[in-house]
Design a protein around this ligand. Structure first.
Ligand code: ADP
Length: 906
């Protein structure tokens, strides 16, 4: 509607402009036309004047010619043809400045001409005979008047008019007196200036012969039009045309016409401009009013519905004005809001801060004080974050209160909190690893990094890095290391994602390390903005790799250095390794063997057990050890074939020598077994003999002892002291012999014994030993210590003999003045019990450690220590019979310990 009106108003302005234009244009052009008409009239008048003046001048100049011809004619009529024609002619020419030459024509023939120079050719020319021009001549003769012929091309050159006056003598035609006027002369006489810029001229004459109008002077492209003034010249029947060269009128009126047009245009524009001003003004006023209206609506909407609220508090702090939007923001109606205490709505944690701000507000009247996003309780109990700007306007009478302008920024704060939470989460995430995470800007400056990265750099360089710092810290690192890093970063900045193991050299006493680092360009809006880097310390892996390589190298060196031959084959029997000793032992060069098939190189071995052993190792995956004779080299090899996932590793050595020794040994062994068998038989026989002998010897010995005892009793009185002494010696000898025989019997019985093996408790055995030695123990106040002795499967009597003999010796070979102590202990060693029987007696010289176990071997005199030298021999026999062994450790004067072992399973 409005625009319609506006359009209408605008078209009215345009219409006014147009009307003004046409009106002004009409007036100016009308005036111009009038001016033009006037000037045209004046112009015409001027041209007429010019025409009259020329015509009259021409007329008078032609009259000169008439008088000249008439003078000549008179002379001839009076005196005939004069002799002094030249003289007369010259006189005539001098008197008539506008005549160029004078002719005398007799009959029709030109007879005289003055001046003659240049005109010689016309002499003799018969003008009456020339049918092209003679008509006028005949007319002149008829009329007896001067006539002008021409313009004609002169025979002597140039264009001229010729005035001819017929001469009659006595009424007879005599000839003509003629004047020649060249056109320039004629023009000069007429005062026609062909170079004049004011007028154009034209002369014409009807050719009497042809009746055609011939034009003979003309300024360029003369056109006969309305401007031309035409006048007839009676003398020569010429017509003169004159017209202004350029009509001034046009030039005079044109600028005015243009000015008029411009004036009209300016006037029209002015009127258009002036008439549209009020419209625009109106429009502007409407527009501004609209804007103000809309703004007002907007602000009202904002105040009422927006997230901004305004509360004005009076000096007492009570709300005096509340915008409707407060209900929207905090849920309280306007009425409720008036009764609220704002501080009570604040979050307890924020109250103190708000009070501080309020203090500042009160101290600074008129200055808006920015608050902070504090929490205020919504009517529904939730907390809303309000960002307030508070201005103390108490001094302003139009407000008279404190203006609290606040905005609900809960969403923003929550979003920020969420963002912060997310940021902290991300930070925690990147900090939860010991791996290094960082990002680099395009200028190699640090964007962000996890703690591990910062700590690592600090440990490494001593520098505390922060975002924005240059990562390529010249001076700290070796220069080639920096260049290396620059190159890595540049690669990523060129758009490549890659992983790279980087060696970090030791600096400032730090240890060297390796890291597996991945570089990825950070692309934002398809532009590379930086690099994301992730580094994992692989030093340990790297070191073990190096160690592995070293070990591998060492293994190779070992494989080369071991005395054994070594080679390896893959599953297709292709040789992959062949060491130096293999070269020597099998007499094949490494170059020849590597890559070749083992069986191709040793076809003969396929028939031997080598082939089966290797096949078995490969198929079962079990190590195969074997010895085999290799006829081509006449050698024995001891071979170990170790299967692996790749194939087979074979160690071997030449055991030909050992084999030979073994063979000899075996032969020797066989001999030995045979001898042992023989020995066993003879031993058995010997033991049999000893048993029989000791058994049988007891009878005569008993007789000897019995009879000697009888002799001692019966002949006591008659026997002197010496005799008694002898008998005593004999009985004692017999007693000892008996003991020897008993021991011998015991000893020999051991190997023959077929006594039953049972579980024997050695604690019981020892208790029996205590009973057996009761007397000796009490006499010597000896101590016997034993505990936790095991149970064994054995022949009970043999055990009793063993422990009895050892304990008895311990008590027997006591040191003078020392209380004898014997300790018996047992401990497990593998499958055996190891026993020890220790005493604090006289000890044994270590030279006799072996000898004491031999039968009848005694170190002490029988007078000092009784005994037969059989005890330890019996012990040894019992122990060895059970698969154990016995030895002694002793120091003279300190004591002895007898050790022996017995198998547990026995
Ligand atoms: P004997 O009947 O003489 O004791 P043994 O065969 O028991 O015979 O011992 C051989 C010899 O070993 C003994 O004569 C003695 O000299 C020495 N002998 C054995 N046991 C001990 C011991 N506990 N302390 C010192 N010497 C010992």
């Amino acid at each position: 509607m409005e625009t319609q009106q506006l359009k209408h108003s605008y078209s009215r302005a345009v219409y006014s402009g147009l009307v003004t234009f046409f009106l002004l244009f009409f007036i100016t052009q009308f005036l111009n036309y009038k001016i033009y008409q006037k000037s045209e009239e004046e112009e015409y008048q001027r041209t007429v004047n010019e025409s009259i003046s020329i015509t009259s001048r021409l007329q008078s100049s032609l009259n000169y010619s008439l008088s000249a011809t008439k003078s000549l004619a008179f002379l001839i009529q009076e005196n005939g043809v004069p002799d002094n024609f030249e003289f007369i002619a010259e006189g005539l020419l001098q008197a008539n400045q506008y005549i160029d030459a004078i002719q005398l024509v007799q009959g029709g023939v030109i007879t005289n001409v003055f001046p003659i120079e240049g005109n010689e050719s016309v002499i003799g020319y018969d003008i009456l005979a020339d049918t092209l021009v003679n008509r006028e001549a005949f007319e002149a003769i008829e009329k007896r008047e001067l006539y002008f012929a021409g313009p004609i091309n002169l025979r002597q050159g140039g264009v001229a008019v010729i005035g001819r006056l017929p001469i009659f003598i006595d009424d007879d035609f005599f000839g003509f007196s003629a004047v020649i006027i060249k056109i320039p002369t004629l023009l000069e006489a007429a005062g026609i200036n062909l170079n004049s810029s004011s007028y154009d001229y034209m002369l014409s004459k009807i050719n009497r012969n042809t009746e055609v109008e011939e034009f003979f002077i003309s300024t360029s492209d003369f056109e006969i039009d309305a401007d031309v003034v035409k006048s007839n010249i009676l003398v020569g029947e010429w017509t003169l045309y004159v017209k202004p060269e350029l009509p001034n009128t046009i030039f005079n009126s044109l600028p005015f016409a243009i000015l008029g047009f411009l004036f009209s245009l300016i006037g029209a524009v002015f009127i258009w401009y002036v008439s549209k001003q009020p419209i625009e003004l109106k429009h502007l006023v409407e527009e501004k009013s609209n804007q103000i209206l809309q703004q007002e609506r907007k602000y009202r909407a904002l105040l009422e519905n927006g997230t901004d609220g305004i509360v004005v508090l009076n000096a007492e702090g009570n709300p005096v004005y509340v915008t409707p939007s407060v209900e929207h923001i905090l849920g309280y109606s306007k009425e409720e809001a008036f009764n609220l205490n704002l501080f009570e709505l604040m979050h307890p944690d924020d109250v103190e801060k708000i009070q501080g701000i309020m203090m500042k507000v009160l101290e600074s009247p008129g200055i808006p004080i920015k608050g902070f996003p504090g929490r205020t309780k919504h009517k529904n109990g939730t907390w809303r974050y309000l960002d307030a700007t508070i201005t103390n306007m108490i001094h302003d009478p139009s407000i008279g209160g404190i203006v609290d302008n606040f905005r609900d920024v809960t969403d923003r704060v929550q979003a920020e909190n969420a963002k912060e939470y997310e940021r902290q989460n991300k930070e925690a995430l990147i900090n939860s690893t010991q791996d290094l995470i960082w990002s680099v800007a395009t200028d190699f400056r640090l964007i962000t990094a996890n703690e591990a990265f910062l700590q690592n750099l600090k440990d490494y360089t001593g520098n505390e890095l922060k975002p924005g710092d240059d990562l390529i810290m010249a001076g700290k690192y070796p220069i080639d290391f920096l260049e290396f890093w620059s190159k890595l970063y540049k690669r990523a900045l060129d758009g490549e994602s890659f992983q790279q193991v980087v060696y970090i050299p030791p600096i400032d006493g730090a240890t060297e390390s390796w890291a597996d680092i991945s570089f990825s360009p950070i692309i934002i809006d398809s532009k590379i903005e930086g690099i994301a880097c992730y580094s994992r310390d692989i030093t340990e892996v790297k070191l073990s790799e190096i160690a592995l390589q070293k070990a591998f190298k060492e293994k190779n060196e070992i494989l080369e250095s071991i005395g054994d031959g070594f080679y390896a084959v893959d599953k297709t029997w292709k040789v992959t390794y062949w060491n130096y000793h293999a070269e020597n032992l099998l007499q094949r060069k490494r170059e020849e063997m590597i890559g070749a098939n083992l069986w191709d190189k040793f076809p003969e071995t396929v028939k031997l057990s080598f082939y089966q052993h290797y096949q078995a190792a490969l198929s079962t995956g079990l190590v195969s050890h074997f010895e085999e004779y290799f006829p081509p080299l006449s050698a024995w090899f001891e071979v170990s074939a170790y299967p692996s996932s790749n194939g087979l590793a074979v160690y071997f050595k030449d055991v030909t020598e050992r084999k030979q020794t073994e063979k000899q040994l075996q032969e020797l062994n066989e001999d030995l077994i045979r001898q042992a068998k023989e020995l066993e038989i003879s031993n058995k026989e010997l033991e049999q003999f000893a048993y029989v002998a000791s058994h049988d010897l007891q009878e005569p010995l008993r007789m000897i002892t019995g009879f000697l005892t009888l002799i001692e009793k019966k002949y006591n009185e008659i026997l002197d002291e010496r005799g008694k002494k002898y008998i005593y010696f004999a009985i004692d000898g017999a007693k000892r012999m008996r003991q020897i025989i008993l021991d011998l019997l015991e000893f020999s019985r051991l190997s023959n014994s077929d006594e039953e093996i049972e579980l024997v408790d050695l604690q019981d055995i020892m208790n029996e030993v205590l009973v057996l030695n009761r007397k000796t123990i009490s006499e010597n106040r000896a101590r016997i210590k034993f505990e936790n002795l095991p149970k064994l499967r054995a022949v009970r009597v043999s055990m009793l003999q063993l422990f009895q003999n050892l304990v008895n010796n311990g008590l027997k070979y006591k040191r003078e003045g020392v209380q004898p102590t014997v300790s018996i202990n047992a401990k497990e060693i593998g499958d055996f019990w190891q026993f020890s029987v220790n005493d604090n007696g006289i000890g044994i010289d270590k030279n006799y450690f072996d000898r004491i176990f031999v039968i009848f071997q005694r170190l002490n005199r029988k007078e000092e220590y009784s005994g037969t030298g059989m005890g330890l021999a019996i012990c040894k026999k019992v122990i060895e019979g059970m698969g154990g062994r016995i030895w002694v450790e002793s120091e003279k004067g300190i004591g002895s310990t007898f050790y022996f072992t017995l198998p547990k399973t026995t």
